[in-house]
Design a binder for this molecule. Structure first.
Ligand code: IPM
Ligand code: MG
Length: 358
């Protein structure tokens, strides 16, 4: 029997609650399948660790998770630690050195969930956003001098490399090809950003030649926000830079009904390093510890993890279970306007998994 070793890093806020729920569900899927199992190694890194040790994770942190099959990650961010410390100290400190350059964010309106878009229900909104996850606006290049003086200077330099752009666009074309509509939209801002984004466009056109069966178009990021709202059915796979996709993916999550549902996978496609799976929603300290966090985003990212591990039937079973549960409004958590608890939703998903004999 195959055993997958997973590094669980729940980190901060509701991350702790949703990762615990995700682990229960993954164990139930393994038991149901009977052909694989999980070993979870738990790491207590995050903001509490930072307050005790002055760092978000130990110096050898990455070495301790380098050989795991995947990383199951909760959320970072605490009210009393600056956001750039929590982010760069843990999440980006894993994503960037592990070269998880493809950030994959599927969005659909699940059964039982209402989109804020009038007249839009299931099928018209079925997208996957591919976010460049290793460079661009998050390259971390920049600095501040003369702090506090009137002549203070601060820069954040966006860095784009030909190889970095080529590999993410290629990844997006492959993904578009694997989906029924074979449709890719390349998001850009080459009208205003006249160097790197022009190179981005040129590389997209070059890579497109290797994918004659994929229909593609190009969209300025500002116009893209309008198209997502006005003509959601014209989109399928979307590729964008790190920051553009960060913003578009929050819009996508809102249009699909709640940030509590949206998952993300930080993929190292070459599998030189483990990939990392997390809900998009963040640590949500306002509801932490209340037992009302929506675990659906974590279950959905668990599906992405199962697919990455090659366990497609288990991934499909989990998605079926999630969709059965979201279809029942009495099982909606407060972010969806309901009153259900994390425990109730998790129990319902567990029951659906155990009762699913397809
Ligand atoms: C996301 C988040 C992060 C990001 C935050 C927490 C820094 O918004 O995953 O989309 O901007 O990358
Ligand atoms: Mg974001």
């Amino acid at each position: 029997m195959k055993t997958y070793t997973i590094a669980a890093i729940p980190a901060d806020g509701i991350g702790v609650e949703v990762i615990a729920a995700g682990i229960e569900v993954l164990d139930a899927l393994a038991e149901k399948a009977g052909s694989f199992a999980f070993t979870f190694d738990h790491f207590d890194w995050g903001s509490d660790y930072y307050k005790a040790h002055g760092v978000m994770m130990p110096a050898d942190g990455r070495d301790r998770i380098r050989n795991h099959d995947a990383i199951f990650f909760g959320a970072v961010g605490a009210p009393d630690v600056p956001d750039h410390i929590t982010l760069w100290g843990l999440r980006l400190a894993i994503c960037q050195p592990f070269d998880q350059y493809a950030n994959v964010r599927p969005t659909r309106i699940l059964p039982g969930i209402t989109s804020p878009l009038r007249h839009v229900s299931g099928p018209e909104l079925d997208w996957v956003i591919v976010r460049e996850n290793s460079e661009g606006e998050y390259a971390g290049v920049g600095g501040r001098v003369h702090q506090g003086h009137p002549n203070e200077v601060a820069t954040d330099v966006s860095m784009m490399t030909r190889s970095g752009v080529d590999r993410i666009i290629r990844y997006a074309f492959h993904l578009a090809r694997s989906r029924p509509r074979k449709l890719l939209t390349v998001v850009t801002k080459s009208n205003a950003q006249r160097h790197a984004m022009v190179m981005w466009d040129e590389i997209a056109a070059e890579v497109a030649r290797d994918f004659p069966d994929v229909t593609w178009d190009k969209m300025l990021v500002d116009a893209m926000t309008m198209r997502m709202v006005m003509k959601p059915g014209t989109l399928d796979t979307i590729v964008a830079t790190n920051l553009h996709a960060d913003i578009l993916s929050d819009l996508a999550a809102a249009l699909a009904g709640s940030l509590g549902i949206a998952p993300t996978a930080n993929i190292n496609p070459e599998r030189t390093f483990p990939s990392m799976f997390e809900p998009i929603h963040g640590s949500a300290f306002d509801i932490a510890g209340k037992g009302i966090a929506n675990p659906v985003a974590t279950f959905w990212t668990a599906c992405q993890m199962l697919e990455h591990l090659g366990e497609k039937p288990a991934a499909d079973r989990l998605m079926r279970a999630v969709e059965r549960v979201t279809a029942d409004p009495t099982l909606h958590t407060p972010d969806l306007g309901g009153t259900a608890t994390t425990r109730q939703v998790t129990d319902a998903v567990l029951a659906a998994i155990r009762g699913d004999n397809t």
